[in-house]
Design a protein around this ligand. Sequence first.
Ligand SMILES: [Zn+2]
Length: 142
Amino acid sequence: MSTHMEPAACPQCACADASSTLYDHRRLVLECPACGFSEERTHLDPHATPHLGHGETVVPSDDGALDLVRRTPGYGVVTIVDHVGIGCSTVFTTPPTEQEISTWRADLAHPDIDPERSYLTIYDPATGVRTDVVGVPSQTAW
Ligand SMILES: [Zn+2]
């Protein structure tokens, strides 16, 4: 399996921190660490009959065949990294509640957490506004 990753602009929040990863020359995955948006684009065989799932569309590809595209909107991201560099990211797939935000805030304030690499953002697709609640998003956090 071959992969090739490069920086990309996020189609949802327009930041330049997204990354685009090509798997095996036929599956392109774009992920945004700032707002949580993701897009997966799979190149279909010319004679394939696509079966569309939820949130999936088919668009013409550059070579005249078809790409199956699945877009997942993001409502923000929380990334927590400790001082050793071990971390995890959670994408909000629905708008986070005030309660969730305050819980994450408390987790991010823990002394074991590296504040330089940890962050919490909220994205509002309706207004297109991203709010950096804690820290600053980075694609190279961990
Ligand atoms: Zn984004």
